[in-house]
Design a binder for this molecule. Structure first.
Ligand code: ZN
Length: 343
């Protein structure tokens, strides 16, 4: 495949998949962002039963422009689903009872520029109107000193950035109205191990749905006994202002019977970058055949987790704690993640 070097290859690939899978998916442009003279669409793609009665799973990526791998494995995963839909009856059956939502390239302007932030210099994961309750680390916890420094939150009392607003809109339209939804936002670059983070990032307090998170982790452990993920609340690593998923979680109606579980995948063991960093960071590099097999290897490492989340959403009735046993899940979760002894 020859690529025009003025294009963003991940976006070109996504548009090709949208075209190829048109019979099975819906795609819409949720906002357009500019970087200098260039304009990029931000897409939301949906598959499966649109009924609000049906559970949903959402996959988000490319929030930080430098962390291309998150966008790339979601584009590759979507491609694999579109290919399977040509022959896989079981996948068609599954999509009768689960909605799948993809927003793989949230920050195309940042990806184009090769920056973590969006073209306005704002870190979209520090941009929500939400203050940390405890002390955050200097800079990395979010700052309003300057857009020239990393982790800039955006101006005080300013509107959220277009990309952040677009994520909020998609989550509201596609996930929050349902009895059950789970989302996964794919990032990379923190630490050595692959991590699954859950809220909160703005406080060390546990979330209301801690028992449900623990139950989800437990069925994943039971089904994939030697998996490599560390599950933990993000607050165990660092606290931050303006976390978008904390904000969305807090704005969901958590007192009702609905459950929205926003998770983050932090891909830590990024071995293939060590092997070929130069190619990795070139715009044309990622979809050329030399790099393609490495991308496939990273996808293989996570595809079981992606498929698991989709099935877990589909089957939430079977594993979610009942009101009777939430207490025991809560106790075990507090012991594992918050250092609290059960009495
Ligand atoms: Zn990130």
């Amino acid at each position: 495949m020859t690529l025009n070097p003025t294009e963003l290859p991940e976006l070109t690939e996504l548009e090709r998949i949208i075209h190829e899978g048109a019979a099975h998916l819906e795609a819409r442009v949720v906002c357009r962002v500019a970087s200098g003279e260039r304009h990029f669409p931000v897409y939301a793609i949906t598959l499966g039963n649109p009924s609000p009665e049906i559970p949903a799973v959402g996959f988000f990526g490319g929030v930080h422009g430098l962390e291309r791998i998150g966008a790339e494995i979601l584009v590759a995963y979507l491609h694999s689903l579109v290919m399977r839909l040509q022959w896989d009856t079981m996948l068609h059956r599954q999509l009768e009872s689960v909605r799948m939502v993809f927003m793989p390239i949230v920050n195309p302007g940042g990806m184009w520029q090769g920056t973590r932030a969006n073209p306005n210099g704002v870190d979209l994961m520090r941009n929500a109107p939400l203050e940390a309750r405890e002390r955050v680390p200097f800079l990395i916890g979010g700052q309003r000193l300057s857009a020239r420094l990393p982790w800039y939150r955006g101006p005080l009392d300013g509107p959220m950035e277009l990309e952040s607003q677009a994520v909020c809109q998609v989550v509201k339209d596609e996930l929050l109205g349902r009895t059950f939804s789970v989302s996964l936002d794919c990032h990379s670059g923190f630490g050595i191990r692959d991590r699954i983070w859950f809220p909160y990032a703005h406080t060390i307090q546990p979330i209301h749905h801690l028992p449900e998170i623990f139950a989800l982790k437990e069925i994943f452990d039971q089904t994939n006994s030697s998996h490599r993920y560390i599950f933990e609340p993000q607050s165990r690593q660092y606290l931050a202002h303006g976390d978008l998923w904390d904000y969305l979680y807090q704005n969901a109606d958590n007192e009702s019977a609905r459950s929205f579980l926003p998770l983050t995948l932090e891909m830590g063991s990024w071995e293939w970058v060590k092997k070929n960093p130069r190619q990795m960071f070139s715009r044309q590099g990622i979809f050329n055949p030399l790099i393609e097999h490495r991308l496939q290897r990273v996808l293989r490492r996570h595809i079981a987790w992606f498929d698991f989340l989709t099935r877990a959403a589909c089957s939430h009735d079977r594993w979610m704690p009942t009101s009777m046993d939430r207490g025991s899940f809560q106790k075990r979760a507090l012991k594992q993640w918050y250092g609290m002894r059960s009495s």
